[in-house]
Ligand binder design. Structure first.
Ligand SMILES: NC(=O)c1ccc[n+]([C@@H]2O[C@H](COP(=O)([O-])OP(=O)(O)OC[C@H]3O[C@@H](n4cnc5c(N)ncnc54)[C@H](OP(=O)(O)O)[C@@H]3O)[C@@H](O)[C@H]2O)c1
Length: 222
């Protein structure tokens, strides 16, 4: 894998998760190109905080410039991403499906698709991977522990592409978290809101997360 200092992370979404992943990426030596839904000028304060390794752009520019790209935008905007610019790239999806915010998606409610499968369908030429869904944004840069620490937090990762799982697992480890591979994307329902792996999200070790994933049961249609 390339060294991070040679790489650019595109981040679409500059809210709680996007801005915190920008801080984390810069700590790891990446350059960051970050976008929100408005003009890049609206991110001036964040860019001043992040420093010279970051710049603001449009979502299409962030997608085009990133060696890999984070989408930290709620599901309700699943059809509003720069599909062509994201083609061929690993795309980290931080989304959690929240009906109160996103509205109802029948495919998810009836257990026919996971939220990440929907994203993959929308981005058919990208390599979508569930990432950083099971940690509150501020803790991405504060909750990490050294490898082997007895209560090291574990986070799920899910993708149809092994190289995407490898990248996210490496990022987790660099930030102080264990990865539990819950691939492919069709398995990601096991960690969805309402499941044991979701309820325990702040505290799970690798063994506990693996156990919680096996305890998942289909939820009744909502
Ligand atoms: N908050 C957490 O601790 C946390 C943790 C893990 C996972 N998640 C999940 O991650 C996702 C993002 O959560 P969040 O808390 O970061 O949300 P948020 O704070 O509401 O931020 C959402 C960001 O998306 C941007 N955005 C909206 N539409 C866009 C578009 N079409 N193009 C580019 N940017 C767009 C918004 O820009 P504007 O400001 O211009 O509208 C905003 O910067 C959600 O699905 C959430 O469930 C959240």
């Amino acid at each position: 894998m390339n060294t991070p200092s040679a790489m650019v992370v595109g981040i679409i979404g500059a809210g709680e998760v996007g801005s915190q992943l920008a801080r984390a990426a810069i700590q790891l030596g990446y350059e960051v190109v970050i976008a929100n839904s408005r003009k890049p000028e609206t991110l001036q304060g964040l860019i001043e905080e992040l420093g010279p390794s970051a710049r603001a752009a449009t979502a299409a520019e962030a997608a085009a410039e990133g060696d890999f790209v984070v989408i930290a935008v709620p599901l309700q905007l699943v059809n509003n991403m720069p599909v062509d610019e994201l083609a061929g790239k690993v795309v980290l999806d931080t989304n959690n499906y929240m009906i109160w915010r996103d509205g109802h998606y029948a495919e998810i409610d009836e257990g026919r698709k996971t939220v990440y499968e929907l994203r993959q369908e929308h981005l058919p030429r990208s390599k979508v991977v569930q990432a950083f869904t099971h940690i509150q944004a501020p803790r991405i840069t504060t909750a990490g522990q050294r490898a082997g620490a007895p209560r090291r937090l574990a986070l799920p990762v899910s993708s149809n592409y092994p190289e995407a799982v490898q990248l996210v697992s490496w990022l987790y480890d660099q930030l102080g978290f264990d990865a539990v591979n819950n691939s492919p994307l069709s398995e990601a329902w096991r960690s969805a809101p309402g499941q044991p792996a979701w309820s325990a999200l702040q505290h799970q070790t690798r063994a506990e997360l693996e156990d919680n994933l096996t305890k998942a049961r289909p939820l009744p249609p909502r």
